[in-house]
Write a protein that binds this ligand. Structure first.
Ligand SMILES: *Cc1c(COP(=O)(O)O)cnc(C)c1O
Length: 467
C-alpha cells in the first residue's frame, strides 16, 4: 500500500485524456469517451468489458515479471492453481465456521510444514498462515517478547532487545519499532556479511528476547550459521548466562534447505529453535500473499496471545494481526504441496539452484566481476566489480540492464560495509536456463559498452568528459 499515491494529473485534465476509441467514441453503444477515474469516482457506471479492458491495458505498463530478477516472489503458477484460486477467493479465511474445509486445509499445511521442519511432535507444533513473512515475523517476535516478559517478571524498568544481523529484512526493524523492542543490529564487517555465533552471543544480555537467524540473507542469499549460533547460546545458558531462544527467519530458505540441503541442521532439530517463518509466496511457489509461522510446541507460543474464534460451534484458536483475508492463497499453498510432494519441490528448487550456480560462474568468468556468493545456498547470488574497475560501477550495470528490460537491483551492504555495492540476482522457477543465456548475452554487451566508453574517453586525452 502506498500511503500517499504518486502524483496524479489535476482534476480537470482527465476530461481530455484519450481513452481507447474502440471502447468509447467508436462503439455505437457508448459514443462517448471513457477514461479511467484518477482522483474521484466518475459520475456514471461503465460496462464491465470497458472497465476490464482499460484496467487490463494500464497494467501492461508494469514491468515483465519474467525479466524481474529482483523479486523473490512467485510470478508463475499452473492454470489449475489459478482456477482453484479463482474458485476460493470469495472464502474468508477467518470464517472458520462457514468454511470448515478451508480451515482444515490450513491446519494440514501447518502440520506439513511442522513435519518438514522436524518439529519433535508435529501434533503439538502450532502455527498459522499469515499474509507473508512480515506478519509471521511480527507474530514470532511478539511471542518471544511475551515469553521474555514472563521470564523476567514483567519488570517495566527493563527494555527488551532483539539480536540480529544488520542484514535482516526490514520487517524486523519494523517489529522492533512497533513493539518497543531495541533492535540490536550486529554490523557486518570485512568478509563476514551476515550474523555469526560469536557476534550473536556477544550482543546478548538478560533482556534479549531472542536471536533472529536468517536462512538466507536477502542481501546475498547466504545462510546464517543457525547451528553454530544455537551451540553458542547453549554454552551461554549452561555457563549461567541467560537462556535465549532462536527464531529462524526462513522466508526463502525454509523452503529450499529441506529439499536441497537435508544434512544442514537449522530447524526444530535444534532444541533452541523456538519458531520458524517462511513466505509461501517465495520458494513456497505460491502467488502473493501467504506466509507461515510455526512454533515448536505450545510452550513456545504464549497462550494469552491466542484468540478463539467460533468454529462449527466450537472454539478455534487463532493468532494473527489481520482478521478477514481471502482463502485462495492458503488453498493454492495446499494445492502446491499436494501437486509437487517432496520430490516435486526438490526438482523445482534444484533447477533454480542449477541456474543460479551456473549463471554465477559465467559472470565470474566474464572478468570484471567478483562473486560475493555463488548461488549454492539460496538460488540467489550477489556480485560486485573487481578492484581494477574504477571508471564504472554496479549502478551503471543495473541501469544498462534495465534498457534491455532486466530488473537487477544494485545496492550497498548495511553498516559497516556500506562501501560494498553489489548487484543481486534471484533465480526463481520461471527463470529458465534459456532466459539465463539471454541474460548473459545482455550483461556481456552492457559490460563491454561500459568498458568501451571508458577506453574512448581515455584515448581523447586529459580533460576528456567522463560520465
Ligand atoms: C522477503 C523476506 C521477508 C518479508 O517477507 P514477506 O513475505 O514479503 O512479508 C522477511 N525476511 C526475509 C529474510 C525475507 O527474505
Amino acid at each position: 500500500m502506498a500511503l500517499r499515491g504518486g502524483r496524479v494529473p489535476s482534476r480537470t485534465s482527465h476530461k481530455h485524456r484519450r481513452g481507447n476509441p474502440f471502447l468509447g467514441l467508436a462503439n455505437p453503444a457508448l459514443v462517448e469517451e471513457i477514461s479511467p477515474p484518477l482522483r474521484a469516482l466518475a459520475r456514471h457506471p461503465v460496462p464491465p468489458e470497458v472497465a476490464y479492458q482499460l484496467v487490463h491495458d494500464e497494467l501492461l505498463l508494469d514491468g515483465s515479471a519474467r525479466l524481474n530478477l529482483a523479486t523473490f516472489v512467485t510470478t508463475w503458477m499452473e492454470p489449475q492453481a489459478n482456477q482453484l484460486m479463482a474458485e476460493s477467493v470469495d472464502k474468508n479465511m477467518i470464517d472458520k465456521d462457514e468454511y470448515p474445509q478451508t480451515a482444515a486445509i490450513e491446519n494440514r499445511c501447518v502440520a506439513i510444514l511442522a513435519d518438514l521442519w522436524h518439529a519433535p511432535d508435529s501434533e503439538v507444533a502450532t502455527g498459522c498462515s499469515t499474509t507473508g513473512s512480515s506478519e509471521a515475523c511480527m507474530l514470532a517476535g511478539m511471542a518471544l517478547k511475551r515469553r521474555w516478559a514472563t521470564r523476567t517478571g514483567h519488570d517495566p524498568a527493563r527494555t527488551p532487545n532483539l539480536v540480529m544481523g544488520a542484514n535482516v529484512q526490514v520487517c524486523w526493524e519494523k517489529f522492533c519499532r512497533y513493539w518497543d523492542v531495541e533492535a540490536r543490529l550486529v554490523p557486518v564487517e570485512g568478509d563476514r556479511l551476515h550474523l555469526d555465533a560469536a557476534q550473536a552471543v556477544a550482543h546478548c544480555d538478560e533482556n534479549t528476547i531472542g536471536v533472529v537467524a536468517i536462512l538466507g540473507s536477502t542481501f546475498d542469499g547466504s545462510y546464517e550459521p543457525v547451528a553454530d549460533i544455537a551451540a553458542a547460546l547453549d554454552e551461554l545458558a549452561s555457563s549461567g548466562g541467560p537462556d535465549i531462544p532462536i527464531h529462524v527467519d526462513g522466508a526463502s530458505g525454509a523452503m529450499i534447505a529441506p529439499f536441497l540441503d537435508p544434512e544442514l541442521i537449522w530447524d526444530f532439530r535444534l532444541p533452541r529453535v523456538a519458531s520458524i517463518n517462511t513466505s509461501g509466496h517465495k520458494y513456497g511457489l505460491v502467488y502473493p500473499g501467504v506466509g507461515w509461522a510455526i512454533w515448536r510446541d505450545a510452550d513456545a507460543l504464549p497462550q494469552e496471545l491466542v484468540f478463539n474464534v467460533n468454529y462449527l460451534g466450537g472454539d478455534m484458536p487463532t493468532f494473527a494481526l489481520n482478521f478477514s483475508r481471502p482463502g485462495s492463497e492458503v488453498i493454492a499453498q495446499y494445492y502446491t504441496f499436494f501437486r509437487l510432494g517432496f520430490d516435486g519441490y526438490k526438482a523445482v528448487q534444484q533447477a533454480s539452484r542449477d541456474v543460479a550456480t551456473s549463471l554465477a560462474q559465467r559472470i565470474e568468468q566474464l572478468g570484471p566481476y567478483r562473486l560475493i556468493t555463488r548461488g549454492d545456498e539460496l538460488p540467489v547470488f550477489a556480485f560486485t566489480t573487481t578492484d581494477g574497475v574504477t571508471d564504472w560501477d554496479v549502478f551503471a550495470v543495473s541501469r544498462g540492464l534495465r534498457e534491455h528490460g532486466w530488473q537487477v537491483p544494485a545496492y550497498t551492504f548495511p553498516a559497516d560495509r556500506t562501501d560494498l555495492a553489489v548487484l543481486r540476482i534471484v533465480c526463481r522457477h520461471g527463470f529458465s536456463s534459456d532466459l539465463a543465456d539471454l541474460f548473459m548475452r545482455d550483461l556481456t554487451q552492457v559490460t563491454n559498452t561500459l568498458i568501451a566508453d571508458v577506453d574512448k574517453a581515455g584515448r581523447s586525452g586529459p580533460g576528456s568528459f567522463h560520465h
